[in-house]
Write a new protein. Sequence first.
Length: 255
Amino acid sequence: MGTDHDWENWGRNDPYFGVLSHESFRAENISNESRDAFFLSGERHIESLLDTIRAHFKPQFTPDRSLDFGCGVGRLLIPLARRSQHASGVDVSTAMLTEAHRNCEIHAINNVKLLRSDDHLSQVRGEYDLIHSHIVFAHIDPRRGQAIIEALADRISPDGFIAIQILYSCNASPLIRSLVKLRYKLPLLNTARNLMRGRPLREPPMQLHVYNLPMVLRTLNRLGFSKTLLTTDKFDNEQFDSVTLIAQRSPALSA
């Protein structure tokens, strides 16, 4: 997710906009109505995800232990918890986790454990029958993200599911992509862009990264995921091609 420091900044200063980058979710703009719309979008997303799993993989599937990686303020974690016996929310930002805890209390959710993320997922214990991540790996450099995907997949129980979204192609010209990457590395360039767009001068860039989709699929295959569904979409004003990947791990072989 860019750098961990950047996402701690988003968590402290503009957590809802950091999760869904729409001006109605800016800290200075968010209202009770827009907050309700924010969480309703999460309900719809998780219901659609479970409907897809039931339609294509396992008709009666209901998660027992679920995990939302990059949970932010709880937009997807809360509806996931409503449909699970136990749910974990994992995020790199302590400020995001604090806000997620507050939102769980507001929504009367008491079956959630909130965990600080690191590249080794050292706080994530045990196995899960559903691990989910949406609009998260796009913000993580693939040199880190590929290893995290593998660590998440390795925590799926036999017959369980992983559901993650990644970007796999960029439609911008190489020149534009090079200029964007310069903004990631040169704070003054990012500050100038913020000034031109009327944004807070110290607002960090939201980095967007493209993954090697065949490499991700090979990783899942190696870890025993025998059934996979890919759903493609556009992302960031159609500048990127996105894929949501749902994969089921093979059942454990009997002794």
